[in-house]
Design a protein around this ligand. Sequence first.
Ligand SMILES: C[S@@+](CC[C@H](N)C(=O)[O-])C[C@H]1O[C@@H](n2cnc3c(N)ncnc32)[C@H](O)[C@@H]1O
Length: 331
Amino acid sequence: MKYAKVRKEDGEKIRRKLGEAGKIAKGYPIISEAGFVFLPVIETKGLKYTIVEKAASSVEKPTLASLLKSKLTPRQLELLPGGFDSIGTIAILELPEELSAKGKHIAEAILKLHRNIKTVVAKASEHTGQFRLQMYKHLAGKKTKETIHRENGIMLKLDIEKVYFSPRSGTERQRIASQVKPNEDVLVMFAGCGPFTCVIAKNAKPRLVVGIELNPEAHKYSVINKNINHLENVTLYGGDVKKVLPRLGKRFDRILMPLPKTGANFLEVALKSAKKGAVIHLYDFQKEEDFPEATIEKIKKSCKKFKVLAAVLCGSYSPGVSRVCVDFKVG
Ligand SMILES: C[S@@+](CC[C@H](N)C(=O)[O-])C[C@H]1O[C@@H](n2cnc3c(N)ncnc32)[C@H](O)[C@@H]1O
């Protein structure tokens, strides 16, 4: 490999200059020896530095495929996932059937490549039941399913098996928080471990954010998350929205309904707690070709007078079916 030999004190300046000119050979080490720095160069023409030949092999960053070359067949290497979701320090893999026996090797390679990941699990079920929970199989690293996730300026502590949480919805949470006006009273139905309540309370200036959650574990984490984020204007209730909400006797400026599968069944109870002119965010699963009409039809069944403010696609549920949100103004 050809190297430009420069004095150590000029090394950084010349490295930058050669880099800007596109003359540095990427993937090769910069060598420091006895008061000199040796910069790997792709061509020497026009360079006024001393050029020396040095034995050096490329130090290309390892990839998942390069780390697994000896453990997987070429066909299996092709099937490696291009990425993974992470919740806090836990990486969540979705492995095709052909790779399930290689899960441990893949997980160990991920731990080597990503210093921030301490645990690797594989999805072992779909989201099921009233609490929308998902099971995971531990593959490598620290044996825990509890972690602290960071997004939109907040921390969220949760157990990925005891609580529903999707790291992919961070942008959607930001979209909603950015609409909250100062001094609004906001209701988050189906609050989970508190991602919407915390993101709104932290990033907007509501008077009050109320969260209601049925799953006792999720409610427990929601309270922890209110506390670790030092949020004072958040009030949380454990229990069924249909029972808790009428007992509060309170009306809200904004109501979030993040329960896409069956959320529309709660529209009537939501409307009874909505101030005149309140904004409701109804989440739904919809086939792309039926969006947004089919979700708007669901709203019409419970609400006589409303104005659609926005209809957005905010995630994918299954092939051809999206997670969607319709924002509408009541009355
Ligand atoms: C899709 S998850 C959303 C959780 C959270 N808002 C989030 O975005 O991560 C729906 C949540 O609604 C809760 N849930 C279901 N039925 C409920 C009800 N009748 N009353 C209150 N919460 C309910 C579930 O336990 C679950 O945590």
